[in-house]
Design a protein around this ligand. Structure first.
Ligand SMILES: C[S@@+](CC[C@H](N)C(=O)[O-])C[C@H]1O[C@@H](n2cnc3c(N)ncnc32)[C@H](O)[C@@H]1O
Length: 517
């Protein structure tokens, strides 16, 4: 068993989706449940631990070559885990009992694909500097992956590249029919936007981004590389220099002090003070810088850990070792799957960027695209009221793309709805008067309206939760997010869409239940 790293400087890295607020434009505010008469949040019922499928050890030649590379040239330290499949999904199984706090995997930075701020063109001869300067982080890392792929067996990462999934199974590559099976307009719109963005990224690369004489990749190759990047990258604060860089700087400063003093060129006391000041400034500057700058890393072997919200283990950067590591956050029994967390993510981002939905994900939300549409079905709104909301500080946009959690609706949406449902006399006080719960009667009307909105959203789906569960139990479309037919196959997409829409409907059903419905 490897030693725990002890008191090293750890910087947690998160699944890279989290780093980009633009990936989560839905309105997410502290949720408030409107119950029938009172407005009391209800805790979701605790979930029973899920039965895990048994581990099937992977010992094909590609995996063996990869593991030999990992423990040999890549200098990856690992103990107690082996690549395995669980109901067809590859992950890491405990190959012996693992104790809480044990270091499980440690990947030196030189064996990872890393993107640091202002990193210079890392695909020489493949893309030009202008493209590199302007491309987003995931396109740069995708290009780095393709660059390594083009080196073939010459790439130091070849055995890792060879065992990457051929298809990430994300909805980006699905047909319109497969997307429709998500039964969720919000994610379909996000995926369509992503398709437009990635098409434009490809066109730019092909049109003006390649280095002179380099052949462009196909669109499929480029999308594959960016898909791999988005489903395997962790991001975290960037520390400008490694410990060895810092020691080199200290050595240089010390040599200058000693040299200047020995040659009688400067007053020793003043030179020493200046040297200390320079050194401290450098350290402080980097500490401050590290708070605002991000690094991105894909770490071979660490990228085989699957995600669960229940896990505590994260990927950390260890400054002293200049490495990335994962430490066990609980005891594991031999044969158990070892999960980590990719950070707090809803099923929307898990599905869009990783191609799966987590059952009973506590971070899950349901984004109702158009609350106003359903509210009109509850009762006609007083004339001019929507316009009044539009002209208010809240605006009517707070009722578009409303992210509802199991615990209820966001406070802003509740405020807008109270205003819309109020009598003319009450509404004359303006929107700001509706931030807090009103009378018991007014809150009861609000709860009824919310139930109507949620029920209408559920009814708009082509199938009910019960029908979906029955379909899943019958095995058509697979079960529990499993990937029958391999990631990327039509049946895998169908199974993923089915498990996703089940989870979405579970969120809305929980909202209704928490409201006493
Ligand atoms: C970082 S990789 C993990 C290793 C991956 N399973 C593999 O075979 O290479 C992330 C991908 O693993 C899969 N994955 C991770 N956690 C999962 C989970 N809880 N359920 C199903 N698939 C999961 C998804 O396909 C995701 O895109």
């Amino acid at each position: 068993m490897l030693q725990q790293l002890g008191h090293v400087k750890h910087h947690s890295l998160r699944g890279a989706q989290q780093a980009f607020p633009s990936d989560a434009p839905a309105r997410r505010r502290a949720p408030v449940v409107a119950a029938r008469a009172s407005v009391t949040p209800t805790e979701p019922a605790p979930q029973a631990p899920q039965q895990q499928p048994p581990a099937v050890l992977l010992d094909d030649s590609r995996t063996q070559t990869f593991m030999n590379w990992a423990r040999g040239p890549a200098s990856i330290r690992f103990a107690g885990v082996k690549p395995s499949t669980f109901a067809g999904i590859r992950g890491l199984a405990a190959s012996s009992d693992i104790a809480n706090d044990a270091l499980i995997v440690e990947v030196p930075r030189h064996s990872a694909v890393v993107l640091a701020p202002k990193q210079r063109n890392s695909c020489p001869g493949m893309v030009n500097d202008e493209w590199w300067k302007n491309a987003p982080w995931f396109a740069k890392m995708g290009a780095m992956l393709l660059w390594h792929k083009r080196q073939g067996s010459q790439s130091p990462l070849a055995p890792w590249i060879a065992q990457l999934p051929a298809d990430t199974g994300v909805p980006l590559n699905w047909s319109d029919k497969q997307l429709a099976a998500l039964q969720y307009p919000y994610l379909v719109a996000q995926v369509k936007e992503q398709q437009r963005e990635w098409t434009a990224l490809y066109d730019t690369l092909r049109g003006s981004g390649m280095a002179a004489g380099a052949a462009p990749p196909s669109r499929e190759e480029f999308w594959w590389a960016m898909g791999v990047v988005r489903s395997r990258t962790f991001s975290g604060p960037y520390i400008g220099s490694t410990l060895s860089d810092r020691l080199r700087l200290a050595g240089l400063v010390a040599a200058l002090v000693v040299g200047n003093t020995a040659l009688g060129l400067a007053d020793p006391q003043k030179t020493l003070s200046a040297a200390i000041a320079v050194f401290l400034f450098n350290v402080l500057y980097e500490v401050i810088l590290s708070r605002s700058l991000k690094q991105y890393a894909i770490c071979p072997l660490i990228d085989l850990f699957n995600h669960t919200s229940a896990a505590q283990s994260e990927v950390s950067y260890n400054y002293f070792g200049d490495s990335y590591s994962v430490v066990a956050s609980r005891d594991f029994k031999k044969g158990e799957q070892v999960f980590i967390t990719y950070g707090a993510q809803s099923n929307d981002s898990l599905m869009q960027y990783y191609g799966f939905a987590e059952a009973d994900n506590p971070q899950d939300t349901y984004v109702i695209s158009d609350v106003l549409r359903w509210l009109q079905g509850f009762r006609p709104l007083p004339p001019g009221r929507v316009q009044a909301l539009q002209g208010s500080s809240l605006g009517a946009a707070c009722l578009s793309n409303v992210a509802v959690q199991r615990a209820g609706f966001p406070a802003e949406a509740l405020q807008a709805l109270r205003f819309l449902l109020a009598s003319d006399a009450e509404a004359a006080a303006g929107v700001s008067a509706f931030a807090k719960a009103g009378s018991a009667d007014a809150e009861a009307v609000l709860a009824e309206a919310l139930a109507c909105v949620v029920t209408a959203e559920l009814a708009a789906a082509p199938t009910t939760l019960q029908e979906d569960l029955a379909q899943q139990a019958a095995g058509s479309g697979g079960g529990g997010g499993g990937k029958k037919g391999g990631a990327g196959s039509a049946s895998a997409a169908e199974a993923a869409a089915l498990s996703f829409r089940i989870e979405k409907k579970k969120v809305l059903s929980a909202v209704l239940k928490n409201m006493g419905g």
